[in-house]
Design a protein. Structure first.
Length: 111
């Protein structure tokens, strides 16, 4: 049996309302256990030039195997043509947090 791979997911959103809407939908579907919101200033290449925006970074707790489902839900709700959703696997998680993640996340698909 493979070990469970927990992950932190990172997503930038245009504003707090969009970030909250997306996080609430992911929480309702048990695809994430927690979302944290951080206001940020972003600079990036877009359509051949450097641009900048005030955005909200959403940091979410989940599992690697749920990434595709998270991405599908985000694509339904996100306003950006090209949103940036990233996953960083976690090498260790405290026992209490692992219990909480296992209890609240959608069960692993055992095909």
């Amino acid at each position: 049996m493979a070990a469970v791979q927990y992950a932190n997911l990172f997503l930038t959103c245009k504003d707090q309302d969009e970030a909250t809407t997306i996080a609430d939908a992911l929480l309702a579907d048990h695809l994430i256990t927690c979302a944290r919101f951080v206001p940020i200033t972003s600079r990036y290449w877009w359509k051949g030039k450097i641009v900048g925006d005030e955005e909200v970074l959403v940091i979410m707790e989940s599992r690697e195997d749920l990434f595709d489902a998270v991405e599908a839900k985000v694509s339904e709700l996100h306003s950006y043509d090209t949103f940036n959703l990233q996953s960083t696997p976690l090498s260790k998680v405290s026992k209490g947090a692992a219990f909480w993640l296992d209890k609240e996340l959608k069960p692993k698909d055992n095909k």
